[in-house]
Design a binder for this molecule. Structure first.
Ligand SMILES: C[S@@+](CC[C@H](N)C(=O)[O-])C[C@H]1O[C@@H](n2cnc3c(N)ncnc32)[C@H](O)[C@@H]1O
Length: 200
């Protein structure tokens, strides 16, 4: 409830283009998603989508798009914006148990807020129970020890090695890159993009 209120307040009070993770275009994410063969037809689960316009873009594909967030306020904004029929809005805490069948799992700047071992274990169990064999997971989380907070919340930094260990032997690394993101007020943050394929 505390986490939900925190994010709801942000989405109620902070202008979209002033949010510290706002993107006006999505070429970095698309560069990775387009490495997935036949991506247009895949069913994608988007963890903690917020009110990002990547949601609108993904909804226009053939495959189903599951838009998740803990914040009802964020999902309400998306529901008013997105009319495509192959979209499911899923208000839920990704650190609690669920299963949503998908071929692609995408998370930008959500996982890094899960700090306890229990939350992370459940998150990765959810991912493994949801993602099809041959499916892909794309993460984009804070990469370096330079900043320890985002949206006034503490966060964890990620490396390729950490992702490999959390995902285990069923996943093969396809590509990775550290990307310098420029915030609305011109500060920069380093996001690690990693794409894995589920091989068994
Ligand atoms: C930093 S924002 C990133 C939003 C979006 N992914 C983007 O890249 O623009 C973090 C998002 O994760 C959501 N969130 C935070 N904790 C969550 C949780 N436990 N389960 C689901 N969503 C969560 C927040 O409501 C917010 O929309």
């Amino acid at each position: 409830m505390e986490t939900q209120n925190h994010w709801d307040n942000i989405f109620k009070n902070v202008e979209y283009t002033n949010q510290g993770w706002y993107e006006k275009e999505f070429s970095q994410t698309l560069k990775f998603l387009e490495k997935i063969e036949n991506f247009e037809n895949k069913d994608i689960f988007v963890s903690g989508v917020g009110i990002s316009e990547i949601a609108d873009l993904l909804a226009k594909r053939v495959g189903k798009t599951i838009l998740n967030d803990i914040s009802p306020q964020a999902l309400e904004t998306l529901k008013n914006r997105i009319e495509e029929k192959n979209v499911e809005f899923f208000e839920y805490d990704v650190s609690k148990t669920f299963q949503k069948k998908c071929d692609v799992w995408f998370d930008r700047a959500v996982l890094h807020f899960l700090l306890s071992e229990e939350e992370k274990n459940i998150y990765f169990e959810n991912l493994k129970n949801s993602l099809s064999k041959g499916g892909y997971v794309l993460f984009s989380e804070f990469a370096k020890q330079d900043v320890n907070y985002c949206a006034n919340l503490p966060l964890e930094h990620y490396s390729v090695e950490k992702f490999s260990s959390l995902l285990g032997d069923d996943f093969k690394l396809i590509d990775n890159e550290v990307f310098e993101y420029t915030m609305p007020w011109e500060d920069t943050r380093l996001y690690l993009y990693v794409l894995f394929k589920r091989i068994s």
